[in-house]
Ligand binder design. Structure first.
Ligand code: NAI
Length: 256
């Protein structure tokens, strides 16, 4: 049996949760019994996910914030603490891609990817750790990617997703003594608007893009957001308290 945890209401913050993987993680954590803050750039874009959670009997609130904006993050986290209770689960999921080969990559392509993934995860983690260390319990899950291992046209994204792995391991070392675990999920190809937009950008249909990807995936299919939500749910669970600093590749085959 793991040591008993304090009787403390669990509130989760999921960033980039208006759609895709983040939306599914929010729905899953709500189904697991957590109150969930659905955070994304535009608050109104979060309301559909919040309504779904509420009509399934869960508890959620929509919060608009740019994760790369320090003041907006502080304000959003305070609002979550007031409306749902102190946040002790954080899923750093917000992400963007600005793909280009190195010689064509602009400084803005580089900076915007670093800002959302790295600066955003840092700002959220730094703000939310206060509540976790006070509670003596917390779970942080960062969204990395198989691209951390290197991917043509993604020097910025690969550097950010690899950076998140170092960030994860370092926070695990620093926060473990406070009952806080920090892990990363590194998805392979997941069917979302992000991968659909990549298909559109390279000029092929999403079905053809998925079919090409499937040929490289041992389990013979592309992933869906629920595959990632399941892994996040494990890391966020009460009983996963002895698992920290890990990177779990969820990619339908061996990676990492
Ligand atoms: P998506 O593009 O469908 O959704 C990303 C969400 O993040 C959007 O709702 C967007 O508005 C939000 N967002 C972007 N910038 C933000 C900011 N500054 N502040 C707040 N919210 C912001 O992406 P998807 O596919 O759901 O990806 C989620 C995470 O998983 C990302 O970190 C992505 O890099 C990662 N990932 C996705 C993979 C895939 O195949 N779809 C594979 C590996 C990793």
């Amino acid at each position: 049996m793991p040591p008993s945890v304090p009787d403390y209401p669990r509130t989760a913050i999921v960033t980039g949760a208006a759609r895709g993987i983040g939306a599914e993680v929010a729905r899953r954590l709500a189904a697991d019994g957590l109150a969930v803050a659905v955070v994304d750039l535009d608050e109104t874009a979060c309301t559909a996910v919040v309504d779904e959670i509420k009509s399934a009997g869960g508890c959620a609130v929509a919060v608009g914030a740019d994760v790369a904006d320090e003041a907006a993050v502080e304000k959003a986290v305070k609002r979550v603490a007031n409306e749902l209770g102190d946040p002790t689960v954080l899923v750093n999921n917000a992400g963007i891609i600005r793909d280009n080969l190195l010689f064509k990559m602009t400084l803005s392509d580089w900076d915007s990817v670093m800002n959302v993934h790295l600066r955003g995860s840092f700002l959220l983690a730094r703000t939310v750790q206060r509540y976790m260390t006070q509670a003596g319990w917390g779970r942080i899950v960062n969204l990395s990617s198989v691209s951390a291992l290197g991917n043509r046209g993604q020097a910025n994204y690969a550097a950010a997703k690899s950076g998140l792995q170092g960030f994860t391991k370092t926070l695990a070392l620093e926060l473990g003594r406070f009952g806080v675990t920090v892990n990363a999920v590194a998805p392979g190809f997941i069917e979302t608007e992000m991968t659909a937009e990549t298909a559109a950008r390279i000029g092929i249909s999403f079905d053809d893009f998925k079919e090409a990807a499937t040929k490289e995936i041992p389990v013979g299919r592309t992933g869906v957001p629920a595959d990632i939500a399941h892994a996040v749910s494990f890391f966020a669970s009460e009983d996963a308290g002895f698992v920290s600093g890990q990177v779990l590749y969820v990619a339908g085959g061996p990676k990492g």
